[in-house]
Write a protein that binds this ligand. Sequence first.
Ligand SMILES: Cc1ncc(COP(=O)(O)O)c(C=O)c1O
Length: 396
Amino acid sequence: MTSKRSNRIEPSITMAVSNLAQDMKRNGENVIGFGAGEPDFDTPDHIKAAGIKAIQDGKTKYTAATGLVELKQAIADKLRRDQGLEYALDAITVNCGAKHSVYNVMAAIVDPGDEVIIPAPYWVSYPEQVKLVDGESVILNTGPESHFKITAEQLEAAITPKSKLLIMNSPSNPTGMVYSREELQAIADVVVKHGIYVLSDEIYEDLLYDGAEHVSIAELGDAIRELTVIVNGVSKAYSMTGWRIGYTASNVSIAKAIARMQSHTTSNPTSISQWAAIEALSGDQEPVQEMLRAFATRRTLILELLNEIDGIECLAPQGAFYAFPTISGWYGKTAPTGPITDSVSFCEHLLKGAKVAAVPGIGFGQDDCMRLSYASSEATIREGIGRIKAWVDTLV
Ligand SMILES: Cc1ncc(COP(=O)(O)O)c(C=O)c1O
């Protein structure tokens, strides 16, 4: 009998649609995929070269459990350069991808029964990881009217004596929304007043459009900084999803708690990837700008095409590489392949009828929407959104 804890973790409800997409592709069907959660660019050459050099130089052994001093220094330099924040090296931990960082933070902070406040739409792994540490998720729902962002008042109303941790993710996966400095300041004031912690997931910080500014909540004063754990990594900005390097920056006692646990679970992240991550963070940043320019063009294109479709409403994402249109106007209609009642049936019939794969919003806690990743070529975007437009005309 497997453990109660493992049985509490649900296979993602959105998997049904992505499994179906994979089956269709295997059968040779021409499926357009908008599901990808990763950039479609290759890791830049100078970063790859650093990984290759690490292998050739024999840097293939254990490192310190929470990462090389050289990498922690590169992270500290990055946090000073981009956020104006000073972190000592023992306040930084390097982990096996930002997903692992998020898990470590939860395990370091949350006791059984503690409440973790999660704004929805949320990244799918947050609530499942809360279950892994026996915490209780408290979901704060938002919709397009508030640009999918929580307010300080909403947070204040959700706080109970059991509240322990708030999760913030700006720019957001799945909505692409970015919190302004003022919005974050109001949230920080509530956090400090109640003395809860904040996990600030900043993995999309470099992917910003239309002059949007990334602010880390940790920048907003000493008190909030003490309560914040920044999570970041190299996966998205440097197209390094397979290298598995994420990191945390926090007060030293949380970093030490993470270090204790990591030393008995994964130990160090791959040594080779760590050397490549040093190059990513401290080397030439031009490839990030190049990728950003491509994403910006695709973003304009997908928004233009989506907004030409009657009945689709899509806010302009200010960051990341996702569009999160509202599709609930079609619930209650029927597609040639069956009735549409929610985001899962919408995406299922879209896939069957138009051969376009999107992720149902319910997986992110927002059943009125679907997520489309624009980490694909302009030709793919044109073809895919064109298919959606033709398919919605068949709904009755
Ligand atoms: C919001 C968010 N946080 C963290 C991660 C995890 O990143 P990594 O691939 O470094 O584990 C992702 C990846 O999809 C993400 O979207």
